[in-house]
Design a protein around this ligand. Structure first.
Ligand SMILES: [Fe+2]
Ligand SMILES: [Fe+2]
Length: 177
């Protein structure tokens, strides 16, 4: 089914999601992974749980980073009354990051690992609700250039997902346990 990318190169810009669509899509993807983990809690093997949890952590790390680097600053600039929402968002990201670090340092098998992933899911759902019900409508109304921002978010996301940015964090192959 793979068409030649070269010959069918249309105006790719118009097909790119705007900033809100991109972020919502991330939210939906990570929520689905949390559901998979929750539903499989009794059934999944440790290795599968770990794989899922690591995927969740990676996605959330990239998502929070692109929001903090690109989307939130744009909101701060363009939306008049976003300050308190953005302050809350920052605190919520911080709590999520602490839990992400614990999950990444931990391993499945104990009760706590599952609990950490499940509580992270609760944090994230709450945070997502606030973004989607409060921040995003304000952003939409502000008239900010969501298309251009979407492009910027997408580029940053794909370089972070590919690990082009050295975050100095993960190098599992080096773990000498
Ligand atoms: Fe966020
Ligand atoms: Fe978000």
């Amino acid at each position: 089914m793979a068409k030649s990318a070269k010959s069918s190169r249309k105006n790719t810009k118009s097909r790119n999601p705007d900033a809100i669509a991109l972020l919502k899509n991330d939210h939906a993807e990570v929520t689905a992974l949390f559901e998979k983990f929750e539903k499989g809690q009794k059934r999944l093997q440790d290795a599968q749980k770990e794989q899922l949890a690591q995927k969740i952590c990676k996605m959330l790390t990239v998502h929070t980073q692109i929001e903090e680097e690109i989307f939130y600053p744009a909101c701060r600039e363009q939306i008049e009354d976003a300050e308190s929402l953005l302050a809350e968002a920052k605190v919520e990201h911080q709590s999520a990051k602490e839990l992400i670090a614990q999950i990444q340092d931990g391993s499945p098998g104990g009760e706590e690992y599952d609990a950490q992933v499940i509580v992270l899911g609760e944090y994230v759902r709450h945070h997502v609700k606030e973004e989607q019900n409060e921040l995003f409508p304000k952003a939409r109304k502000s008239g900010m250039d969501l298309k251009a921002l979407g492009q910027e978010l997408a580029e940053r996301k794909s370089s972070l997902m590919a690990g082009e940015e050295d975050e100095g964090a993960e190098n599992p192959s080096m773990a000498a346990q």
